[in-house]
Design a protein around this ligand. Sequence first.
Ligand code: CTP
Length: 397
Amino acid sequence: MNYLKGKHIVLGITGGIAAYKSVVLLRLLVKAGAEVQVVITPSGKEFITPVTLSALSGKPVICDFFTANTGEWHSHVDIGLWADAMVVAPATACTLAKMATGVADNMLVTTYLSAKAPVFVAPAMDLDMMAHPSTLRNLDTLRADGVTVIEPETGELASHLVGRGRMEEPEKIAGALNRFFTVGQSLLGKKVLITAGPTYERIDPVRFIGNFSTGKMGYALAAEAARRGAEVTLVSGPVALSRPAGVHVVYVESARQMLEAAEKAFVEADIAIMAAAVADYAPEQYVGHKIKREHDEVDSIRLVKNPDIAATLGKSKRAGQTLVGFALETDNGLANAREKLERKNLDMIVLNSLSDKGAGFGTDTNKITVITCDGETAFPLKSKADVAADIIDCITA
Ligand code: CTP
């Protein structure tokens, strides 16, 4: 934990049962040598007393804009500028909504709006609130604004229901902050190309051949690379995700369009990560009108092979460029991934297996093995944001 030493951290606490865990988080941060300023919302004080928090942090806890009896004004601007990082844990649905929309009606949200430093949120709420489109939309907005979401866990909740919404454990939250200070701006000055999402290959104006990729892994990689200071070009197939903060996105539809955009960006790239699930085949002919239903049988649709983007970049790779691929396998994972590493002239390949629970398309988690010509490293199941950090750690190691 020594990267936290001397760091200024604003710990925002909101009104949720998980506030009791914030005491442990505060203790861990202080023990690691960080200076912590607690900012609590009025409802946060219903769950945990400022006395405990100020005793542990060694600083008065800030809740209101003024201290009632002295009239002393608490400057959210000063706190925001003082911070090297801000972490809101627990972050309730209400506070996430206020942060996403800039409703600055308390010290915590006002401080957030003034903070120049990176901000982390650790959501904690009941499963239905967590799964509500409004919460998911607010989290997407915050991600697009550059906030790092420390994903909640699945488990027993305060309501005794079991589901997703438990705040991540304090050790993990402190670990995420520690890692942030460890990696710092390790990709400053580097140009990174990432492909993400599926490709759609048009059959007619209303139908296409595609796959279940949602782009989450590629977008998490783009966000992480940008956070580490890289200039990131994300070539994205059709997905329902918002643009990660500070990332240049080139939107494409088909494999051919993705190849064109990737080849263009690869000329200048130091690192290229091929996270897209490119359709292997496309219809040989595009039918310009909607194919009607009147026939009892449809003539077969002839498919032709799409270009292999990773292999094409592999052929033109210069010395000093790092090319990373993914291999999503159902069986013989290691052997297939190694074969792709060689065939596509990659420097590293990230294997994820569809047979691993929690890994693969659409999930917020992934379980990977990183393979290079020197060997392999297997990682446990983690959030895609953490997996992205692991992959970039491996690339920059
Ligand atoms: N890839 C690519 N262009 C393609 C196919 C794959 O750039 N037309 C990239 C993927 O982004 C990934 C790697 O190559 O980084 C491996 O993709 P995968 O689909 O596992 O491999 P394929 O070569 O398509 O082999 P197969 O489908 O037979 O397993």
